[in-house]
Design a binder for this molecule. Sequence first.
Ligand SMILES: Cc1ncc(COP(=O)(O)O)c(C=O)c1O
Length: 397
Amino acid sequence: MIKQLAKAVGYSCRFFYFRAVLNDITSYINAKLNERIEGHSLRTLNTYVQLVDFCSNDYLGFARSADLQSIFQAEISKHSYSLTGSTGSRLISGNDPFTEDLENYISHFHQAEAALIFNSGYDANVGIFSSLPQRGDTIITDELIHASIIDGARLSFANRYSFKHNDLNSLEEKLKVAKGRIFIAVESIYSMDGDTAPLQKIAALAERYSAALIVDEAHAVGIFGEQGQGLVHQLGLQDQVFARIITFGKALGCHGAAILGSQALRSYLINFARSFIYTTAASPLSHLSVYSAYQYLRRNNFKRDIELKIAAFKEAAGQLPGLFINSESPIQCLLVEGNQKAKRLEAALQDAGFAVRAILHPTVAEGKERLRFCLHTFNSDNEIKLLLKKVAETFKD
Ligand SMILES: Cc1ncc(COP(=O)(O)O)c(C=O)c1O
């Protein structure tokens, strides 16, 4: 009887302890969410009504293109088997000749020795930065580098430094004290600012200090380079850059990514990049969409179209001098100090029919909150003018 009682008391104590632990976790969750609410920075998921798109990464309109859809359908009809699932990781059952052909096609297009496809740009960056630099090595990143590179570098055991944005002196200071093998990580076009890295000068510094330069070209593919091969290609730096990360989810309008580099790097990543090894490969359907997008890109001159839109935007933005971050890319940012003001402007523009996103702290540094405008080949010049007229009116309030 006593034994049974003790057992029952034991159970209920454990139960109450268990409930207390779960309550404690929930209190932590609520406290963190309240911090975000008070800081006007709570992230929520929304399903957007049809507004004029000034926020997506679909710079060339590929994700909405009926012509690209037709190329894709024609590709699908060439295959009689199911394309919906890859059935496993690339190393188990998820590899097929088509995926490898696509990698060869991509490496040829970007003039690289080899390419390895990852399920996303996030996975590609985490894969290379977590697996290649070792304890005692050094990773030096631009202070505005994408979160996926920061996360990859954190997973490595290497020393980490960041240098002031696009500042060569600051980069050199870090290079002087770096130990082991040195890796420099930059974006050719910065995702949150839209500005361009001084790649030639960075490549020269990398050579002087024997550092491997890794360039994330997520926002440069489709926009820079003769046929959209990226900024590294446009500048002829293919041989000075150790690896490039290209993504398919932005100008190409699909999903996924690849790392471009040597055959040895490709084999290394297949062996050591955990975000490549331990995940189901993308479906053949997804790879076919990427192949179709590349074909479409090569057939047309989208570069000129997007350049015209950037020029139209910059001309109309002249009415707000000094407020935009200097950018030659489809990403144009208006600095608006404070989360609250940025959100207020975002709401006013949405009410006027424009899909524009405020980029808030902590995504960007405090005081650097902004409205981020993404330009597209399908935005009409009139839409651009009306947008900036509304921005100028609202900004003054
Ligand atoms: C510079 C940069 N690198 C990598 C990524 C991640 O790419 P993905 O969206 O394919 O995961 C992004 C996208 O947000 C990006 O802007």
